[in-house]
Design a protein. Structure first.
Length: 134
């Protein structure tokens, strides 16, 4: 089971590790714009992980979604929830350790939107590249 977890979430885990490297090396301080592709990639890769989980469960006949709209809505909603958890974690780190991570409200909302756009792009890529129909 743990092996499946790392299989499903390997790319988001690598992105989180890369994020820590960028943060603690001071790269974010030099290039603040790097936050934009990181949040887009975060949404893109988390969506990929949950599409892999869906495909895994679908192959085992444990779940079946027949409507593309419902599938897109589900994946994007899950990514939105993960983005909320990420921003709460950032806030908690700022609050507890006085780290300079938290931007203003516009920054946080932009982070959410970028993650959701990344998720939407992954779902479109998934259907287009794999010519999948639900």
């Amino acid at each position: 089971m743990l092996r499946n977890f790392f299989y499903f979430f390997r790319y988001p885990i690598l992105l989180v590790i890369f994020n820590f490297i960028l943060t603690f090396s001071g790269f974010y301080n030099l290039f603040g714009w790097i936050d934009i592709p990181m949040h887009f990639l975060g949404g893109f890769l988390v969506a990929h992980s949950f599409i892999l989980i869906y495909d895994f469960l679908n192959n085992k006949k444990m779940i079946k979604i027949n409507n593309k709209f419902i599938f897109v809505f589900l994946i994007v909603s899950i990514v939105g929830f993960i983005a909320i958890l990420w921003e709460c974690w950032e806030f908690l780190m700022v609050y507890l350790f006085n780290l300079p991570w938290q931007g203003n409200l516009a920054d946080t909302m932009g982070d959410f939107v970028l993650g959701l756009i990344g998720a939407f792009f992954m779902v479109v890529f998934h259907f287009d590249f794999f010519k999948k129909s639900i």
